[in-house]
Design a protein around this ligand. Structure first.
Ligand code: GRG
Length: 306
Protein backbone atom coordinates (compact mmCIF):
# COMPACT_ATOMS: atom_id res chain seq x y z
CA UNK A 1 0.00 0.00 0.00
CA UNK A 2 2.83 2.39 0.89
CA UNK A 3 4.57 1.40 -2.35
CA UNK A 4 1.41 2.13 -4.36
CA UNK A 5 1.09 5.53 -2.70
CA UNK A 6 4.74 6.30 -3.42
CA UNK A 7 4.37 5.30 -7.08
CA UNK A 8 1.25 7.34 -7.51
CA UNK A 9 2.89 10.40 -5.89
CA UNK A 10 6.02 9.96 -8.04
CA UNK A 11 3.82 9.87 -11.18
CA UNK A 12 1.88 12.95 -10.05
CA UNK A 13 5.05 14.89 -9.31
CA UNK A 14 6.59 13.85 -12.65
CA UNK A 15 3.48 15.09 -14.46
CA UNK A 16 3.31 18.41 -12.63
CA UNK A 17 7.06 19.02 -12.99
CA UNK A 18 6.81 18.25 -16.69
CA UNK A 19 3.85 20.64 -16.96
CA UNK A 20 5.71 23.51 -15.32
CA UNK A 21 8.93 22.89 -17.29
CA UNK A 22 6.81 22.94 -20.43
CA UNK A 23 5.38 26.34 -19.46
CA UNK A 24 8.73 27.79 -18.33
CA UNK A 25 10.29 26.65 -21.59
CA UNK A 26 7.46 28.01 -23.70
CA UNK A 27 7.92 30.62 -26.39
CA UNK A 28 6.88 33.59 -24.21
CA UNK A 29 10.00 35.68 -23.48
CA UNK A 30 10.96 36.59 -19.91
CA UNK A 31 11.49 40.25 -18.99
CA UNK A 32 14.65 41.36 -20.77
CA UNK A 33 14.43 38.69 -23.44
CA UNK A 34 13.22 39.57 -26.90
CA UNK A 35 12.05 36.51 -28.85
CA UNK A 36 13.28 33.09 -27.80
CA UNK A 37 15.32 31.48 -30.62
CA UNK A 38 13.10 28.61 -31.80
CA UNK A 39 15.77 25.97 -32.51
CA UNK A 40 17.58 26.65 -29.25
CA UNK A 41 14.34 26.56 -27.30
CA UNK A 42 13.56 23.24 -28.94
CA UNK A 43 16.94 21.93 -27.75
CA UNK A 44 16.33 23.15 -24.19
CA UNK A 45 12.94 21.43 -24.25
CA UNK A 46 14.49 18.27 -25.68
CA UNK A 47 16.98 18.17 -22.81
CA UNK A 48 14.44 18.66 -20.06
CA UNK A 49 11.06 17.29 -21.18
CA UNK A 50 9.85 13.79 -21.88
CA UNK A 51 11.82 11.56 -19.58
CA UNK A 52 13.48 11.00 -16.27
CA UNK A 53 12.12 9.82 -12.97
CA UNK A 54 11.94 13.36 -11.56
CA UNK A 55 13.22 12.00 -8.26
CA UNK A 56 14.74 15.31 -7.14
CA UNK A 57 11.50 17.29 -7.64
CA UNK A 58 9.68 14.47 -5.85
CA UNK A 59 11.94 14.72 -2.79
CA UNK A 60 11.60 18.49 -2.66
CA UNK A 61 7.83 18.51 -3.05
CA UNK A 62 7.19 15.63 -0.64
CA UNK A 63 9.44 17.17 2.01
CA UNK A 64 7.57 20.48 1.83
CA UNK A 65 4.29 18.54 1.94
CA UNK A 66 5.32 17.04 5.29
CA UNK A 67 4.81 20.53 6.67
CA UNK A 68 1.55 21.07 4.83
CA UNK A 69 3.18 23.33 2.24
CA UNK A 70 1.99 22.56 -1.26
CA UNK A 71 1.83 25.35 -3.82
CA UNK A 72 3.08 26.67 -7.15
CA UNK A 73 6.19 28.15 -5.49
CA UNK A 74 7.27 24.71 -4.27
CA UNK A 75 6.74 23.34 -7.77
CA UNK A 76 8.87 26.15 -9.20
CA UNK A 77 11.74 25.34 -6.81
CA UNK A 78 11.39 21.67 -7.84
CA UNK A 79 11.38 22.44 -11.58
CA UNK A 80 14.43 24.66 -11.14
CA UNK A 81 16.27 21.81 -9.41
CA UNK A 82 15.34 19.47 -12.24
CA UNK A 83 16.79 22.01 -14.71
CA UNK A 84 20.14 21.79 -12.90
CA UNK A 85 19.96 18.01 -13.00
CA UNK A 86 19.12 18.00 -16.74
CA UNK A 87 21.97 20.41 -17.46
CA UNK A 88 24.39 18.10 -15.63
CA UNK A 89 23.22 15.17 -17.76
CA UNK A 90 23.59 17.14 -21.02
CA UNK A 91 27.13 18.25 -20.16
CA UNK A 92 28.14 14.89 -18.71
CA UNK A 93 27.14 13.17 -21.97
CA UNK A 94 29.34 15.44 -24.13
CA UNK A 95 32.29 13.89 -26.00
CA UNK A 96 34.80 15.66 -23.71
CA UNK A 97 33.26 13.96 -20.67
CA UNK A 98 31.39 10.65 -20.87
CA UNK A 99 30.77 10.72 -24.64
CA UNK A 100 27.39 9.02 -24.47
CA UNK A 101 25.03 8.62 -27.42
CA UNK A 102 21.91 7.74 -25.47
CA UNK A 103 20.17 9.28 -22.47
CA UNK A 104 16.72 8.48 -21.15
CA UNK A 105 16.28 6.09 -24.09
CA UNK A 106 16.85 8.76 -26.76
CA UNK A 107 19.85 10.30 -28.51
CA UNK A 108 21.76 12.66 -26.19
CA UNK A 109 21.27 16.39 -26.80
CA UNK A 110 24.57 16.81 -28.66
CA UNK A 111 23.60 13.90 -30.94
CA UNK A 112 20.08 15.18 -31.58
CA UNK A 113 21.38 18.75 -32.14
CA UNK A 114 25.10 19.49 -32.06
CA UNK A 115 27.85 19.95 -29.49
CA UNK A 116 27.84 23.75 -29.38
CA UNK A 117 24.07 23.72 -28.88
CA UNK A 118 24.36 21.11 -26.11
CA UNK A 119 26.95 23.20 -24.26
CA UNK A 120 24.72 26.26 -24.45
CA UNK A 121 21.61 24.26 -23.50
CA UNK A 122 23.39 23.20 -20.31
CA UNK A 123 24.46 26.77 -19.60
CA UNK A 124 20.95 28.01 -20.36
CA UNK A 125 19.30 25.50 -18.02
CA UNK A 126 21.80 26.20 -15.23
CA UNK A 127 21.19 29.93 -15.42
CA UNK A 128 17.44 29.63 -15.81
CA UNK A 129 17.28 27.46 -12.68
CA UNK A 130 18.57 30.37 -10.59
CA UNK A 131 16.21 32.79 -12.31
CA UNK A 132 13.24 30.56 -11.49
CA UNK A 133 14.37 30.02 -7.88
CA UNK A 134 15.06 33.70 -7.19
CA UNK A 135 11.85 34.96 -8.79
CA UNK A 136 9.29 36.33 -6.29
CA UNK A 137 6.77 33.84 -7.72
CA UNK A 138 8.73 31.10 -5.93
CA UNK A 139 8.29 32.60 -2.46
CA UNK A 140 7.09 35.97 -1.21
CA UNK A 141 9.85 36.16 1.42
CA UNK A 142 13.18 37.30 -0.11
CA UNK A 143 15.03 35.69 2.84
CA UNK A 144 13.64 32.28 1.88
CA UNK A 145 14.56 32.85 -1.76
CA UNK A 146 18.14 33.78 -0.90
CA UNK A 147 18.42 30.71 1.34
CA UNK A 148 17.26 28.52 -1.55
CA UNK A 149 19.57 30.18 -4.09
CA UNK A 150 22.60 29.95 -1.81
CA UNK A 151 21.92 26.31 -0.90
CA UNK A 152 21.39 25.42 -4.57
CA UNK A 153 24.57 27.22 -5.65
CA UNK A 154 26.54 25.34 -3.00
CA UNK A 155 25.01 21.97 -3.88
CA UNK A 156 25.64 22.45 -7.60
CA UNK A 157 29.04 24.15 -7.30
CA UNK A 158 32.62 23.37 -6.32
CA UNK A 159 31.66 22.09 -2.88
CA UNK A 160 29.06 19.82 -4.45
CA UNK A 161 28.27 18.47 -7.90
CA UNK A 162 31.00 20.22 -9.89
CA UNK A 163 33.62 19.53 -7.21
CA UNK A 164 32.61 15.86 -7.31
CA UNK A 165 32.83 15.80 -11.08
CA UNK A 166 36.35 17.27 -10.89
CA UNK A 167 37.40 14.56 -8.40
CA UNK A 168 35.83 12.01 -10.72
CA UNK A 169 37.92 13.22 -13.66
CA UNK A 170 41.10 13.32 -11.57
CA UNK A 171 40.42 9.80 -10.27
CA UNK A 172 41.16 8.44 -13.74
CA UNK A 173 44.82 9.16 -13.04
CA UNK A 174 45.02 8.98 -9.23
CA UNK A 175 45.21 5.55 -7.59
CA UNK A 176 44.48 6.92 -4.08
CA UNK A 177 41.15 8.30 -5.37
CA UNK A 178 39.90 4.72 -5.72
CA UNK A 179 40.03 3.96 -1.99
CA UNK A 180 36.54 3.50 -0.51
CA UNK A 181 36.65 6.68 1.64
CA UNK A 182 37.72 8.78 -1.36
CA UNK A 183 34.98 7.31 -3.57
CA UNK A 184 32.40 7.89 -0.84
CA UNK A 185 33.42 11.56 -0.61
CA UNK A 186 33.41 11.98 -4.40
CA UNK A 187 29.94 10.48 -4.68
CA UNK A 188 28.55 12.53 -1.80
CA UNK A 189 29.58 15.61 -3.77
CA UNK A 190 28.83 14.55 -7.33
CA UNK A 191 25.39 13.03 -6.84
CA UNK A 192 24.58 13.33 -3.14
CA UNK A 193 24.70 17.13 -2.91
CA UNK A 194 21.83 17.74 -5.33
CA UNK A 195 19.66 15.03 -3.77
CA UNK A 196 20.43 16.50 -0.35
CA UNK A 197 19.46 19.95 -1.63
CA UNK A 198 16.09 18.55 -2.74
CA UNK A 199 15.27 17.61 0.84
CA UNK A 200 16.84 20.76 2.28
CA UNK A 201 14.84 23.02 -0.04
CA UNK A 202 11.64 21.20 0.94
CA UNK A 203 12.52 21.80 4.60
CA UNK A 204 13.28 25.48 3.95
CA UNK A 205 9.97 25.99 2.12
CA UNK A 206 8.16 24.00 4.81
CA UNK A 207 9.74 26.19 7.51
CA UNK A 208 10.92 23.09 9.35
CA UNK A 209 12.33 23.59 12.85
CA UNK A 210 15.97 22.75 13.69
CA UNK A 211 15.23 19.19 14.84
CA UNK A 212 13.22 18.36 11.73
CA UNK A 213 15.89 19.94 9.52
CA UNK A 214 18.59 17.81 11.17
CA UNK A 215 16.59 14.58 10.72
CA UNK A 216 15.84 15.43 7.10
CA UNK A 217 19.48 16.28 6.49
CA UNK A 218 20.53 12.83 7.75
CA UNK A 219 17.86 11.33 5.50
CA UNK A 220 19.11 13.32 2.48
CA UNK A 221 22.74 12.32 3.01
CA UNK A 222 21.94 8.62 3.42
CA UNK A 223 19.54 8.59 0.48
CA UNK A 224 22.05 10.40 -1.77
CA UNK A 225 24.77 7.90 -0.93
CA UNK A 226 22.42 4.93 -1.41
CA UNK A 227 21.38 6.32 -4.80
CA UNK A 228 24.93 6.46 -6.14
CA UNK A 229 26.00 3.02 -4.85
CA UNK A 230 22.82 1.65 -6.42
CA UNK A 231 23.85 3.34 -9.68
CA UNK A 232 27.31 1.73 -9.56
CA UNK A 233 25.67 -1.65 -8.92
CA UNK A 234 23.14 -1.15 -11.74
CA UNK A 235 26.00 -0.40 -14.15
CA UNK A 236 27.67 -3.68 -13.31
CA UNK A 237 24.41 -5.65 -13.37
CA UNK A 238 23.47 -4.24 -16.78
CA UNK A 239 26.97 -5.16 -17.94
CA UNK A 240 26.51 -8.71 -16.69
CA UNK A 241 23.05 -8.95 -18.25
CA UNK A 242 23.71 -7.44 -21.65
CA UNK A 243 27.34 -6.36 -21.89
CA UNK A 244 26.12 -2.84 -21.09
CA UNK A 245 28.14 -0.14 -22.77
CA UNK A 246 28.56 2.26 -19.88
CA UNK A 247 29.84 -0.22 -17.34
CA UNK A 248 32.45 -1.41 -19.78
CA UNK A 249 33.42 2.16 -20.48
CA UNK A 250 33.62 3.08 -16.78
CA UNK A 251 36.02 0.20 -16.27
CA UNK A 252 38.03 1.21 -19.36
CA UNK A 253 38.35 4.77 -18.16
CA UNK A 254 39.37 3.67 -14.68
CA UNK A 255 36.40 5.40 -13.06
CA UNK A 256 36.23 5.41 -9.28
CA UNK A 257 33.16 3.39 -8.31
CA UNK A 258 32.17 1.80 -5.03
CA UNK A 259 31.71 -1.58 -6.70
CA UNK A 260 35.36 -1.42 -7.77
CA UNK A 261 36.44 -0.17 -4.32
CA UNK A 262 34.43 -2.59 -2.19
CA UNK A 263 33.39 -5.48 -4.43
CA UNK A 264 29.84 -6.20 -5.58
CA UNK A 265 28.57 -7.95 -2.46
CA UNK A 266 29.89 -5.32 -0.03
CA UNK A 267 28.50 -2.58 -2.27
CA UNK A 268 25.06 -4.21 -2.15
CA UNK A 269 25.28 -4.43 1.65
CA UNK A 270 26.28 -0.77 1.86
CA UNK A 271 23.39 0.26 -0.41
CA UNK A 272 20.88 -1.59 1.75
CA UNK A 273 22.35 -0.22 5.00
CA UNK A 274 22.22 3.33 3.68
CA UNK A 275 18.63 2.89 2.55
CA UNK A 276 17.72 1.57 6.02
CA UNK A 277 19.59 4.49 7.63
CA UNK A 278 17.62 6.97 5.52
CA UNK A 279 14.38 5.35 6.65
CA UNK A 280 15.52 5.29 10.28
CA UNK A 281 16.42 8.99 10.13
CA UNK A 282 12.72 9.70 9.66
CA UNK A 283 11.67 7.54 12.62
CA UNK A 284 12.60 10.28 15.04
CA UNK A 285 10.69 12.69 12.90
CA UNK A 286 7.86 14.39 14.78
CA UNK A 287 5.51 13.92 11.82
CA UNK A 288 6.61 10.31 11.35
CA UNK A 289 3.34 8.95 10.01
CA UNK A 290 3.30 11.46 7.16
CA UNK A 291 6.86 10.57 6.19
CA UNK A 292 5.74 7.28 4.65
CA UNK A 293 6.30 8.26 1.01
CA UNK A 294 9.78 9.60 1.80
CA UNK A 295 10.56 6.29 3.49
CA UNK A 296 9.32 4.48 0.39
CA UNK A 297 11.56 6.72 -1.72
CA UNK A 298 14.57 5.47 0.25
CA UNK A 299 13.47 1.88 -0.44
CA UNK A 300 12.92 2.66 -4.10
CA UNK A 301 16.38 4.20 -4.52
CA UNK A 302 17.96 0.94 -3.34
CA UNK A 303 15.72 -1.42 -5.31
CA UNK A 304 15.24 0.53 -8.56
CA UNK A 305 16.14 -1.13 -11.84
CA UNK A 306 16.92 2.03 -13.83
C1 GRG B 1 28.02 19.29 -14.81
C2 GRG B 1 29.32 17.79 -16.37
C3 GRG B 1 28.61 17.95 -15.10
C4 GRG B 1 28.55 16.89 -14.30
C5 GRG B 1 28.08 16.82 -12.94
C6 GRG B 1 25.86 14.63 -11.61
C7 GRG B 1 26.87 14.71 -12.69
C8 GRG B 1 28.12 15.41 -12.46
C9 GRG B 1 26.66 14.17 -13.89
C10 GRG B 1 25.45 13.48 -14.26
C11 GRG B 1 25.78 12.20 -14.92
C12 GRG B 1 25.63 11.01 -14.06
C13 GRG B 1 25.41 9.74 -14.78
C14 GRG B 1 25.72 11.09 -12.74
C15 GRG B 1 25.54 10.00 -11.84
C16 GRG B 1 24.26 10.19 -11.16
C17 GRG B 1 23.13 9.66 -11.96
C18 GRG B 1 22.94 8.21 -12.03
C19 GRG B 1 22.32 10.48 -12.54
C20 GRG B 1 21.09 10.05 -13.22
O1 GRG B 1 20.08 10.40 -12.35
P1 GRG B 1 18.64 9.77 -12.41
O2 GRG B 1 18.72 8.28 -12.32
O3 GRG B 1 18.22 10.16 -13.90
O4 GRG B 1 17.79 10.47 -11.41
P2 GRG B 1 16.80 10.50 -14.50
O5 GRG B 1 16.98 10.28 -15.98
O6 GRG B 1 15.78 9.58 -13.90
O7 GRG B 1 16.56 11.92 -14.18
Amino acid sequence: EATAEFESRLNDVAASTEGLLDRLLGSAPLPGETARPPRFLEAMRYASLGGGKRLRPFLLIETARLFGVENEGVLRAAAALEMIHCYSLVHDDLPALDNDDLRRGRPTTHKAFDEATAILVGDGLLTYAFDVTADPATHADPGIRVELVLSLARAAGLGGMIGGQVLDLEAERAPEAHKPEAVIKLQAMKTGALLHYAVKAGAILGKADAAAKAALSDYGHALGAAFQVADDILDVESDEAALGKRAGKDADRNKATLVAALGLEAARERRDKLSAAAIAALDSFPQGAKAIVLKEAARFVATRKS
